[in-house]
Design a binder for this molecule. Structure first.
Ligand code: SF4
Length: 331
């Protein structure tokens, strides 16, 4: 079994916004918001199975700024800057390292790649955080993507709305409404305590644009690894018109072991949640397979093939039922 072996100096930058300060409510050593951002000596402990590129971005990068893992979609990483630096970040070896924004030439190359690869249906702006770019820059990028006919969806993965809600200004809201491509905004939030009145107001403004609002969260030890925290988080999001999309199992980035929850516990939490809250509130519990093999759901398995066109189905209370599928006729 891989165990702690190496030690290294803490090298992740520290950045806190006034919004975060406002949502830290208790002792910083135990506060679920503070723990996400404040450095810990435990970050110096690196486990053998941890990897600076845990989900294999480098392996799938044909052009600087592009990660092309699945045929129909690409990640577009325009900047390495984030508004905050999460201590458990899966790209902690890549973000906040001073690269800044891609050069104009690099952006041209990335957009040419998307233009020339006609199977690309979706572009995902991902971390560093795309909403750290100015409105002028974002509008310029969206204008260029708007002209690519085979591209239908633009997705933003962002932490900015949650840690700096003022950034979601009128100009940004107008930009979102200007384009004909479907825009999805996936906001990273891990605890209901992060969703104070400022954030609710921002959700309300964003929900009146044409964008679809989703959330992604990371399952984190001592932050949200209990039923009450997850129930409050997902319910609060749904109440504010944000659909919980992903609950990520923590990636194996170096120095993040103190945040790691077992898959077994993650599955138990999801099973209990299924009994307590509506399906609308439930995200998919997912793991990015280390090495860049993509994301898969890792929720508890509710179905077992009995190999005679019948299945054993487990209900949310753990009781088994037989499902007879013999009448279904596949081609
Ligand atoms: S905002 Fe996202 S990319 Fe940036 S440090 Fe946090 S987890 Fe990493």
């Amino acid at each position: 079994m891989p165990r702690k072996l190496l030690k290294k100096e803490n090298d992740s930058p520290l950045n806190i916004t006034s919004q975060i300060e406002d949502t830290i409510l208790t002792d910083t050593k135990t506060d679920p918001v503070a723990l996400q951002y404040l450095p810990s000596s435990l970050e110096k402990v690196i486990h053998l199975n941890e990897n600076p590129d845990p989900i294999g971005d480098h392996t799938h990068s044909p052009v600087k700024g592009i990660v092309h893992r699945h045929n129909d979609r690409v990640l577009l990483k325009i900047t390495d800057i984030c508004p905050v630096y999460c201590r458990f970040c899966f790209r902690k070896e890549m973000v906040g390292k001073g690269m800044g924004v891609l050069t104009e030439k690099e952006i041209d190359n990335a957009i040419n790649y998307i233009t020339n690869y006609v199977e690309i249906h979706e572009v995902i702006f991902s971390g560093g955080d795309p909403l750290t770019l100015s409105n002028r820059r974002l509008q310029g990028l969206l204008t260029r993507l708007e002209k690519i006919n085979h591209l239908k969806i633009i997705r933003f993965h962002t932490r900015v709305p949650i840690v700096n809600p003022e950034r979601i200004d009128i100009e940004f809201l107008d930009i979102i409404n200007k384009f004909s491509k479907a825009i999805y905004i996936v906001m990273h939030v891990n605890h209901a305590q992060e969703i104070n009145d400022n954030i609710k107001e921002m959700f309300s403004k964003l929900s009146r644009t044409s964008a679809v609002l989703l959330s992604q969260s990371v399952l984190l030890k001592n932050i949200n690894d209990n039923i009450l925290a997850l129930e409050n988080l997902f319910q609060t999001l749904i109440d504010n018109r944000v659909k919980p999309y992903y609950l990520h199992h923590l990636d194996l980035a170096p120095g993040t072991g103190h945040f790691r929850v077992s898959i077994k516990k993650g599955q138990q939490l999801m099973s209990e949640l299924r009994q307590k809250i509506s399906g609308l509130c439930l995200p998919a519990y997912v793991l990015d397979i280390p090495g860049g093999f993509g994301k898969v759901p890792i929720d508890d398995c509710y179905i077992k093939d009995l190999e005679n066109k019948s299945y054993l189905i487990k209900d949310y209370e753990g009781q088994n039922h037989i499902y007879d599928d013999t009448q279904a006729l596949d081609d």
